[in-house]
Write a protein that binds this ligand. Structure first.
Ligand code: ADP
Ligand code: PEP
Ligand code: K
Ligand code: MG
Length: 580
């Protein structure tokens, strides 16, 4: 009571009793009913988090009897996890925020990968900085096998090593400690055995433009050195802020409190990155995340390359992790298929206290420009070591969900941590809870959408999707169905962050895998014809047969199947149907 009184005194307009009601709703999840249909949908999902646990358990039990997810005549390409979540939790219980897991030694076995898939991993990320080609190939093949044989639908992303200046060797196999005032020698010269207080950097030109008096910051603040002398290309430095030197620690150079921007002669994609990309194409990956993007050129270049070299559509994500990429944010977002806010390295380049607002800005720009955005790095960092997250970490995850990020990513938590599955379930339950709060507050009605379309068909598509979502909200429909070959309509609907789930029916498997990163979209692989009536009829029947749709459920149907065969008129429409 005292707390409520305090809150009221602090100027909130909500009366204590109303506030208690609001808190109860938050804590116990009592639904706010706005319309009859809406409340009907919600009462089926009273305790989403609890029934979700049942869902995961249930999936674990049925997984053995699931058949192939590949398209069969008259079947619906539902992945086993979404299908189970839908059966257990109803339409509104489908999680909106997508989950990405970095795969490392802690989770690379078939069983561990399957546990992550069951626990909701939508995309598996392979960081090409680490491990061997064979290791990555083995992981990709296991994921494909899980998808094909056990009915999961996990997309594969490779993340390029990129060009960055980092430590190759600091004289110790694990971490080395830099003590205050100790003198260290930075060089690119390779040395055999141990050479105390010597740090080998990976790039010949690392010291170009660096002068005595400048600072070298390790991993964004782990330790700091002052350059005391330049010896040829090498640097003699004194440790001014003691700390740890980890393997492959990253180096940044500072003068008068500002990061030193030097025109490194380093392309965004190195020779190794190109060979990793060729490897990725041959393994049928779905996404390439490009590290240390400086401008839109590298992204355009890669997309052009993929258009000619890859038979399937591979989506290119730009990682925002440098000052340059922030300066050219809009052109990079426009040129790419999606964005990763790589807060790890971004925190090396900009002051840490700017990360939260920069994250919010990037998330906003991405939604405006209709590109999916992943919030990455240190979301649950303490869970690399501990089985529960800190309260601050849960608050960070919730904030990313409140900002309507499309996806959240685990790094070390899943790659090397002992509690990867637990970390994933923290992401799942935390995002589900925040999504519910956003729904109850109807926060999506506050979203403003920038006009995107230039051509008339693009403008029509955009208007149809904006209006469709408004209708869906006003009518309180149970689900939105969209028929889409390339995923554009599905993403335009998702951009409006509607309350009902978006079922995106597509006949293109790469569209289906790409939509795994899109907020609120459940992609389904199915045959589509030019006859929209037939498509709708067939998919409703198939969903009905799954037992997930009920009498009187209302479905809003959006279609933009553009006939490929004839010069028929393009027909884009919104229809609402009630299940008889
Ligand atoms: N494929 C892998 N093999 C071995 N270790 C890995 C792999 N992927 C990730 N890791 C480990 O997980 C940590 C966190 O992953 P990530 O954030 O992707 O990399 P980094 O810390 O290098 O930016 C890495 O520092 C590394 O120790
Ligand atoms: C995701 C990131 O990139 P990487 O893990 O490849 O450094 C990051 O810097 O936050
Ligand atoms: K990387
Ligand atoms: Mg990075």
């Amino acid at each position: 009571m005292a707390v409520v009184g305090d809150v009221a005194l602090m100027g909130t307009k909500i009366s204590p009793t109303k506030l208690i009601g609001k808190l109860e709703k938050r804590v116990f999840g009592v639904p706010v009913s706005s319309s009859k249909r809406f409340s009907f949908s919600q009462t089926r999902n009273l305790d989403v988090s609890k029934s979700r646990l049942t869902a995961v358990r249930a999936v674990m039990q049925v997984e053995k009897i699931q058949s192939s997810s590949e398209l069969k005549e008259g079947s619906l390409g539902f992945d086993v996890v979404s299908e189970r979540e839908l059966k257990e939790n109803g339409f509104l219980g489908l999680r909106k925020t997508k989950l990405v897991c970095t795969i490392g030694p802690a989770c690379s076995s078939f069983d561990e990968l399957e546990k992550l898939a069951i626990a909701g991993m939508n995309v598996a990320r392979l960081n090409m900085c680490h491990n061997s080609r064979e290791w990555h190939q083995d992981v990709i093949r296991k994921i494909k096998k899980l998808n094909q044989e056990k009915g999961y639908s996990v997309s594969v992303m490779i993340d390029t090593e990129g060009n960055q200046i980092q430590v190759v060797d600091h004289g110790s196999s694990s971490s080395a400690k830099a003590e205050e005032d100790s003198v260290w020698y930075f060089t690119t010269e390779k040395f055999e055995g141990s050479r105390p207080f010597t740090i080998q950097a990976n790039y010949e030109g690392f010291s170009e433009g660096v002068n005595p008096g400048d600072e070298i910051v390790i991993d964004g603040g782990m330790a700091t050195f002052e350059v005391t002398e330049k010896v040829g290309n090498d640097l003699r430095c004194k440790c001014t802020d003691p700390g740890l030197l980890l393997p492959r620690a990253k180096l940044s150079f500072w003068r008068d409190g500002k990061i030193l921007r030097r025109d490194y002669d380093l392309p965004t994609l190195s020779t190794k990155d190109w060979s990793d990309i060729v490897f990725g194409i041959s393994e049928g990956i779905d996404f390439i995340a490009v590290s240390f993007v400086k401008d839109a050129d590298a992204i355009r270049h890669l997309r052009d390359y993929l258009a000619t070299k890859s038979s399937k559509a591979i989506k290119v994500l730009a990682k925002i992790e440098s000052l340059e990429s922030l300066r050219k944010l809009e052109e990079i977002v426009e040129a790419s298929d999606g964005i990763m806010i790589a807060r790890g390295d971004l925190g090396v380049e900009i002051p840490l206290e700017q990360i939260p607002s920069v994250q919010e800005d990037i998330t906003y720009v991405c939604r405006q420009l209709n590109k999916p955005v992943i919030v990455a790095s240190q979301l649950l960092e303490s869970m690399v070591e501990y089985p529960t997250p800190t309260r601050a970490e849960v608050a960070d995850v919730s904030e990313a969900v409140r900002q309507y990020a499309d996806a959240l990513m685990l790094s070390g938590e899943s790659a090397i941590g002992s509690y990867g599955i637990k970390a994933l379930s923290v992401l799942r339950t935390t995002s589900t809870r925040m999504e519910q709060s956003c729904r109850e507050e109807n926060r999506q009605t506050l979203l403003h959408q920038r006009k995107l379309g230039v051509s008339l068909p693009d403008q029509i598509a955009e208007q149809i999707c904006n209006c469709a979502v408004e209708m869906a909200e006003n009518l309180g429909v149970d689900a939105i169905f969209v028929y889409t070959r390339h995923g554009k309509m599905a993403s335009l609907l998702s951009r409006n962050r509607p309350n009902p789930p978006i079922f995106a029916f597509t006949n293109d498997n790469s569209t289906r895998m790409a939509l795994n990163l899109q907020w609120g979209v459940t992609p389904l692989l199915t045959d589509l014809s030019d006859d929209m009536e037939a498509n709708v009829k067939k998919t409703v029947e198939l969903i009905k047969a799954k037992g997930t749709i009920q009498k009187d459920d209302a479905i809003l149907v959006v279609s933009d199947i553009i006939p490929i065969s004839t010069a028929q008129t393009i027909f884009q429409s919104i229809q609402v149907m009630t299940i008889a």
